[in-house]
Design a protein around this ligand. Structure first.
Ligand code: SF4
Length: 704
């Protein structure tokens, strides 16, 4: 159509980061299609991505102007941006003055753009003077961050999607890419279709849709992953299927890994994992025979009280076989959110500093402080996601600023989160829509521009940085998140926030990375717009980007070698089951919903797949409780209850039940939220919550 325009961007749902072309007609209406030239998806889009144009154009539930409560007991009223900034800044200042900087904090999101993440981090750590900034990405990948740091010396995903087509063995553990990373899974599927000898091992206590492609499904007992990976390591060592030359030349700490792997015999391990010993041997053989071996994992390993141990024991398998730093091989943690990686890069977590600098290192802290011309940065990590809401509940923290996330539905032990927000002196919620259950708690509600209504960058799971253009005007008075952050900082009187565009923020961040192992000094919005996406590092303006890390076998560790780590815990430390709560609850995702459904819940077509929450339960567990397919059941834990219809099958392990995490309150009734049930135990190092193992009971629902 005449005067129509086309704009290249990336999908704002999952970490796969598919390229899209948005077509805008002269009246401003948009359609979209997969970008056939984009290396990630080559034109493909999944069911969620295909419908993003409906979400982007639906303004029915949008927050259109700032709203504020003049006091706790009053309803929010519409105010101008000037009043919102003045009051917000004044309240934050007075709380910091009275209770100290650690009495405030920010809780942000893996859906924020890199520029927004960078500014939130700068404002909090450099100028509020607290490290209390954490993100919902803490809930999905912080165990992987620690695993990489311990192994390769920093938070660096070594491989590229292009390695998929070069590999001949995949171990997919604690992940269901067929539903949660569909386009990536489609690439694996196409690769296997062309090369039937490619082996796929799936490790999961549930028989998920990804198992359809598996040569071997290791349906282990929940929480036994470390034992399984150690058993595979033991077989590889015993059968001399390890890369001795690589280990001798490029690794340290092999003996510690070996000792741990030999603590249990294969038979003992198989019994503890609940899988046949021959299947462990078979998996090990597939890995040993592979020329290119890729391990892929996500929440099933990360969301655990022993998430770091699960990560390092899996990473050990790549190192033992020398399958890292070469084409078609390497460990590959998948990110859940579109810019979880960007957030990690700018240090948008309570335990990180920008540009992969180390919060615990005084020189690094000083370098960042000098770069920002800020006050001193505290050495101690701030409150992480679950700690932050506990601190609000206990009164240690007084104010929180929540950006682009819905913790009332997504955090574990949701009732505690509600109590925390009720108790807080001051809550700022900055979001696009009233669909988020968290907006209810806002003393100050700030309307943000959505995807397509602002510009900036994101990094996908393979370190690929992409520019996202502004295509539409934001409705009402909504502003880009970056502008809200810099104007708030200006109102607080902080110097160094006089930006005029997101491009300026990005230039500052790129400069900060100079000389670091994540160096992107060669990038700018302009270059990304002109030349397309790049994988970091990109240290100068002629640099083509870096698809694969460690090809020279130089690692970021002090020794320069890749490090084996012996997992500290073989055995799971999650909540224990009891006669009262004898079943293990695993929560997770379904194909056509995203997070807490604030966006996907608006698309009718996506509701046709799975329209309501369900409980998946083994037929034996159902039988002994008198439960039949389709019955309404009550799931109970020490913390609360949920009601759902039951899906009975033999595909989930006995004593394990599965509940999707997407649904919040329905018609204001609190019977669907999975996090009514979950506990808030976390991995002691990564502080990632354990969403995969809560003790519950299930009963047939009886009307009172
Ligand atoms: Fe979007 Fe992920 Fe689907 Fe790609 S796979 S279209 S990034 S949701």
């Amino acid at each position: 159509m005449k005067n129509s325009t086309s704009h290249k961007t990336v999908c704002s749902y999952c970490g796969v980061g598919c390229g899209m072309v948005i077509h805008k007609d002269p009246k401003g209406a948009i359609t979209l299609e997969g970008d056939a030239d984009y290396p990630v998806n080559k034109g493909m889009l999944c069911s969620k991505g295909k419908t993003l144009n409906y979400v982007a154009q639906d303004t029915t539930d949008r927050i259109l102007y700032p709203e504020m409560k003049w006091s706790k007991n009053h309803a929010r009223q519409r105010v101008s941006w000037d009043v919102a900034f003045k009051r917000g800044a004044a309240v934050f200042k007075s709380i910091i003055q009275k209770y100290g900087p650690n009495s405030v904090g920010m809780y942000v999101s893996g859906q924020c753009l890199t520029e927004e993440y960078y500014l939130a981090n700068k404002l909090t750590k450099g100028f509020f003077g607290t490290n209390n900034i954490d993100t919902n990405s803490r809930l999905c990948m912080s165990s992987a961050v620690v695993g990489y740091k311990k192994t390769v010396g920093n938070d660096a995903v070594p491989i590229a999607y292009a390695d998929i087509e070069l590999a001949d063995c995949f171990l997919i553990a604690g992940a269901n890419p067929a539903w949660c990373h569909p386009i990536l899974f489609r690439r694996i599927e196409a690769h296997k279709e062309k090369n039937p000898k490619v082996k796929i091992i799936v490790v999961d206590p549930r028989k998920t849709q990804s198992c359809a492609l598996a040569d071997l499904h290791l349906q282990l007992l929940p929480g036994t992953d470390v034992i399984l990976f150690n058993a595979i390591a033991r077989w590889l060592i015993e059968k001399k299927k390890i890369d001795k030359g690589f280990i001798a030349k490029h690794t340290v700490n092999f003996e510690a890994c070996k000792q741990k792997a030999f603590e249990l015999s294969l038979k003992q391990a198989a019994n503890l994992c609940g899988v046949p010993v021959d299947d462990i041997r078979k998996a090990a053989r597939y890995i040993a025979d592979a020329k290119g071996f890729i391990s892929m994992w996500t929440m099933g390993l990360n969301q655990s009280v022993i998430g770091v141990d699960k990560n390092v024991s899996l990473l050990n398998l790549s190192i033992l076989t020398g399958q890292i730093g070469k084409p078609g091989s390497g460990p590959f943690s998948l990110t859940g959110q579109p810019n979880a990686m960007g957030g990690r890069e700018v240090g948008g977590m309570a335990s990180l500093l920008a540009a992969h600098k180390d919060l615990g290192n005084p020189k690094d802290r000083l370098a960042v402080q000098e770069f920002w011309n800020s006050g001193p940065i505290q050495a101690e990590p701030g409150y992480t996601a679950t700690e932050m809401f506990k601190a609000l509940e206990s009164g240690k923290m007084k104010a929180v600023w929540i950006i682009c996330t819905n913790p009332v539905v997504s955090l574990p032990n949701a009732k505690l989160v509600e109590r925390a927000l009720e108790k807080a002196h001051f809550v700022i919620v900055q979001d696009i829509s009233h669909n988020s259950e968290t907006t209810k708690y806002a003393d100050l509600l700030l309307p943000a521009a959505g995807w397509l209504e602002k510009e900036g960058t994101m990094t996908n799971s393979e370190r690929r940085i992409n520019y996202l253009p502004k295509v539409l005007d934001a409705p009402g008075e909504a502003l880009p998140d970056a502008e809200i952050l810099w104007r708030f900082a200006q109102e607080m009187g902080f110097k160094g926030f006089d930006y005029e565009s997101a491009a300026e923020v990005y230039d500052e961040y790129c400069l900060m990375t100079k000389g670091s192992n994540i160096d992107i000094a060669g990038l700018s919005h302009e270059r990304l717009q002109k030349e397309g996406s790049f994988q970091w590092p990109v240290p100068h303006a002629e640099h083509p980007g870096t698809p694969r890390l460690f090809t020279d076998q130089n690692y970021y560790t002090l020794s320069g070698k890749v490090q084996f780590n012996a997992p500290q815990n073989l055995y799971n430390k999650s909540e224990t089951t009891s006669p009262e709560f004898p079943l293990v609850l695993n929560t997770g995702r379904v194909r056509d919903q995203w997070h807490t459904r604030t966006k996907t819940g608006k698309v009718k077509r996506l509701l046709t797949h799975i329209p309501q929450p369900f409980l998946e339960m083994n037929a034996v567990d159902a039988y002994v409780r008198g439960i039949k397919e389709g019955d309404l059941v009550v799931i109970k834990s020490k913390r609360g209850t949920v009601r759902a219809k039951v899906n009975v099958n033999y595909e989930i392990r006995e004593k394990l039940v599965f509940l999707p995490m997407h649904w919040g309150k329905i018609l204001n009734q609190d019977f669907s939220r999975a996090n009514n049930l979950t506990h808030a135990l976390v991995d002691p190092i990564s502080k990632e919550p354990d969403f995969k193992y809560s003790a519950v009971q299930v009963e047939k629902y009886k009307k009172a």
